[in-house]
Design a protein around this ligand. Sequence first.
Ligand SMILES: [Zn+2]
Length: 486
Amino acid sequence: MAEARRTDPKAITRQSDDFDRWYVDVVRRAELADYAPVRGCMVIRPYGFALWEHIQRALDDMFKRTGHQNMYFPLLIPESYLQKEAEHVEGFAPEVAWVTHGGGKELDERLAIRPTSETIICSMYADWIHSWRDLPVKVNQWCNVCRWEMRTRLFLRTTEFLWQEGHTFHESAEEAQAEVATMLDCYAELAEEWLAMPVIRGRKTESEKFAGAVYTSSIEAMMADGWALQSGTSHYLGQNFSRPYDIKYSDRSNALQYPHQTSWGLSWRIIGGAVMAHGDDAGLVLPPKVAPVQVVLVPITRSNDVEGVRVVEEAVAAIERATPEGVRLTVDRREGIRPGEKYAHWELRGVPLRIVVGAKDLAEQRVTVVRRVDGEALVVPVDAIGARLPEMLKSAQAAIFDAARGRLDSRSVDVTSLDELADAFRERPVFASAPFCNRAECEERVKAAVHAVTVRNLRADRTASGAPCLACGGAAEDVALIARAY
Ligand SMILES: [Zn+2]
């Protein structure tokens, strides 16, 4: 078998052999994405884009529900716009790609290809916000951004990527901070309810926050190898941008004020997260709510059996008719391909349910449904299957979430010292939680204690209540989530 895998160009590396290679194999062979000619760039293929569209739609609905509007700002940003917020420039400068020539001439001012849009959005809103009546402003844009990456990885770290960036302006700090929390909740809802990935919410440390933010909050999900993936961030910017960009409004008592801002973003990186959280040696395992194809029907016929073909085709048509609107079903009628190959094809693509329609089963008025997540096979009466699909998809979605939840629970540990932290990581990567004083020196000591770990966030769901910090023993208020991260 191992030999066959090495020689078969279609085979994928086993997770246990090499998780990174497994990941790249699955992304490419399942036709989600592929490398592009420019290093660090990626082509997202139709199957991958369909997945992105489902994520986009779910998230966009949440944005609308929470009172946001979409708009669009340009890709190119004048260098002078970028310079105004010092921390922001310093944070992004190494990753910015510059346009220096246009129309055959050198430009008077270099133009940045946006790494994120705070600077241009602030510059424009400085002209549009005048009064407290203009607030709050709550906008979002779906776009691409460019950050020059040295180490790249399909979906997870690419030079150009698709994302959404939300930007809001408020009268008060309280209102802006409530917005930061609301949007983090939207990201958590997307991760948990749609992508079946349980997440841990929390606040980033000073060293890990967004350049220019007062604070950054994140959701962190556990991948199948125990590593963490930051899957969405929401930032409170305070007045750090409104001051240098001179966005002023007259408040309710006619005094000039600077608005409080937020920004928040989620990228196609989360597709890589869903791949790594749920996939197995056969390929993707897609949560039904975002799967481009939710159900595949595989008719099994022999061309010389005319009567058998008729019976099978009739049953397929009947199942299609009985399938409720909104269930994404496809029939695999490709000729000259053995059933086993077809099964493998759809398993690789993570299709949640496979229905095998063969003459033998039909003689007893039934079909077999196989669930991708656990291979569970159910024999169902043919006239009942269509109506039962929504409920079966729902339970497949729950099974995927439960498996991810079970892994997160079994690989989470509480530690109270750096020695215990090192012990916890001895066998395999885990999510370690520990009382933490949130000082930079202690963060460095945590990083030095175990290879490649970082403080992912300060957990929103827990408090240390003065317990001793794992690094210095001083009184800690926060509980740090410590893990290796992509
Ligand atoms: Zn400490």
